[in-house]
Design a protein around this ligand. Structure first.
Ligand SMILES: [Zn+2]
Length: 223
């Protein structure tokens, strides 16, 4: 039989149990807690630049910095990766990643393109990075389908979640198999807080271009 006293005790125990499950359950690897991050990339400086195109001018190479970044990945866990970018953009990148974490915007992985998984015949290969849905910055290469250097060649561009935010021109989509579905949480749109933050910091978003769309791409021109 349950009297008023035992009923209150039962209620309190239930509340304690519920709180433990709700909050305690998030502690393991959740992107909101200070728990240990899943390591996606832990390269040395030498590894992050290994295989760099031999025609990359030293002046450009010396401006690049290997940054450590943390983000919520698609598994809901905190991940730690690395991004190579022009050192002058470090503050901007840190602000954007802090906002992404606060808004729980999931980023699949952030691994420098020098990683073995993104090599083709030993060379850095953007297609392999994109199809792996990897977020990346510096890569000494030309713009897609052009003969001029991309902003990535200067470390002044970043591509985020390429599979959800593809490059689209005249019906051609990169990476292959990607689709742009603006309503999903991993996708960047005009009013998305990440896009707004980049624009506030003086960057350009490829989703605002008219001749083609490059939804994954943000760049900051040299002033
Ligand atoms: Zn790009």
């Amino acid at each position: 039989m349950m009297n008023k006293y035992t009923h209150s005790i039962s209620c309190l125990m239930f509340i304690f149990f519920a709180v433990t499950v709700c909050f305690g359950g998030q502690a393991n690897g959740s992107c909101l807690t200070g728990s240990a991050a899943v390591i996606d990339s832990k390269m040395t400086e030498a590894e992050a630049f290994d295989g760099l195109a031999s025609n990359c001018p030293d002046k450009i190479r010396r401006k690049q910095k290997l940054l450590t970044v943390e983000y919520c990945s698609f598994d809901g866990k905190l991940h730690r990766g690395q991004l190579v970018i022009d050192a002058a953009l470090e503050k901007d990148i840190k602000k954007v990643f802090a906002l992404a974490r606060k808004k729980r915007f999931p980023i699949y992985s952030v691994i420098p393109i020098a990683d073995k998984r993104f090599r083709k015949d030993g060379r850095w290969d953007d297609d392999l990075s994109m199809v792996a849905n990897n977020t990346s910055g510096f890569n000494y290469r030309l713009s897609v389908g052009s003969s001029h250097l991309s902003k990535h060649a200067y470390g002044r561009a970043i591509d985020i979640n390429p599979m959800q935010n593809p490059y689209i021109k005249n019906g051609a989509v990169l990476p292959s198999g990607a689709t742009y579905k603006p309503q999903t949480s991993r996708t960047l749109t005009k009013n998305h807080p990440i896009v707004q933050e980049f624009i506030r910091l003086g960057w350009t978003w490829g989703g605002n271009w008219t001749s083609l769309k490059d939804y994954q791409h943000f760049e900051k021109p040299l002033q």
